[in-house]
Design a protein around this ligand. Structure first.
Ligand code: ADP
Ligand code: MG
Length: 316
């Protein structure tokens, strides 16, 4: 797609993050509905970074991994950067909060298995094929579709930017960052995929148990980061807060949460883990289950007046 902002009609805001907002928009020429992320660039993205995004543009258009949100293109307009991508139905943060907090239920392990398979394959694909390290793995960057698809988004925008925002963001921000990211003394050399593996562990634990695994009321950002660096790594157990989890799932999560970076596995090892192998094997049968679980939950959210989610259908 080659387009300018004049070719897009805004259908309203889907969500808001540290970088700016994400809106649902329709591409007039084809009636295609997309999600457009608008980043206020002038302040944070210099020309070099713009060029990098444009290069990414070329790379991402050729993406052929079904676990990654499709990228349609980037536009720079008056110092703003618009990133047009495939629109999904909801993100995992909204989804699990509804299931765990409103419905007082939990996401079934079958579904957690598919989320894990999709995310590990997506991260491995980014690294192996596109030479990209994600750097911002968290529930809001894992998206779900009513078709039953689970996809990763928001990679490669700017590593430095993500790091600085994650470290300085107000205390409402939860640290998904690995200890070696917070305190470079723990770090070996540059950014390693294993820091994303840690974030995946935190993400899975949060989504599975319905609660962020670290205490969430901190006196200061410093205290919050100190806990990750100095405290013990979170650990998922077979019986956790009155919930049961399989041995394989606990082991997978705890493996991602090995505190010492050099002992933490990379994707090649993770892809051989029994939890992954089991759910890959189940995948063809479970896919329709994921679809109906997502559809039913979104319907129930809508009945509660939570209509933040979106569909590919153009608004009438
Ligand atoms: P964050 O990921 O930190 O929440 P973002 O600006 O990346 O902030 O996104 C804001 C929200 O917009 C996300 O939480 C998600 O719910 C929603 N969102 C982002 N991208 C898409 C997309 N492609 N399709 C549907 N919803 C999206
Ligand atoms: Mg995001």
């Amino acid at each position: 797609y080659d387009f300018t902002s004049d070719d897009l009609v805004d259908l309203g805001e889907i969500g808001r993050g540290a970088f700016g907002s994400v809106n649902k928009m329709i591409f007039k020429k084809t009636d295609k509905v997309m999600a457009v992320k608008r980043i206020r660039c002038s302040s944070v993205v210099d020309e070099k970074e713009q060029k990098r995004i444009m290069d990414l543009d070329v790379v991402m258009k050729s993406n052929d991994c079904s676990y990654i949100v499709q990228f349609y293109g980037a536009i720079f307009k008056e110092g703003d950067c618009w990133i047009a991508m495939e629109i999904m139905s909801t993100s995992l943060d909204k989804f699990y909060k509804y299931v765990c907090e409103r419905q007082q239920e939990r996401i079934p392990e079958n579904i957690l298995g598919q989320i894990t398979v999709a995310t590990v394959h997506a991260l491995n694909y980014l690294k192996e094929k596109l030479k990209i390290i994600h750097r911002d793995v968290k529930p809001s960057n894992i998206l779900l579709h009513e078709r039953g698809d689970i996809k990763l988004c928001d990679f490669g925008i700017s590593g430095q930017l993500i790091d600085s925002i994650a470290k300085t963001k107000d205390a409402g921000c939860r640290p998904y960052m690995a200890p070696e990211r917070i305190d470079p003394e723990f770090s070996h050399k540059g950014y390693d995929v294993r820091s994303d593996v840690w974030s995946l562990g935190i993400t899975l634990m949060e989504v599975a148990t319905g609660k962020f695994p670290y205490q969430s009321k901190w006196a200061s950002v410093f205290e919050q980061l100190y806990q990750v660096v100095q405290g013990e790594a979170p650990r998922l157990t077979r019986h956790y807060n009155g919930m049961d989890f399989s041995e394989d799932f606990c082991n997978f999560v705890n493996t991602c949460l090995i505190k010492e970076e050099t002992n933490r596995p990379k994707y090649k090892t993770l892809l051989q883990h029994p939890f992954i192998l089991l759910h890959e094997q189940l995948q063809p049968y479970v896919h329709p289950e994921v679809a109906s679980y997502v559809v039913n939950t979104l319907e129930s959210m809508a009945n509660c007046g939570i209509t933040q989610f979106t569909t590919d259908q153009p608004a009438i």
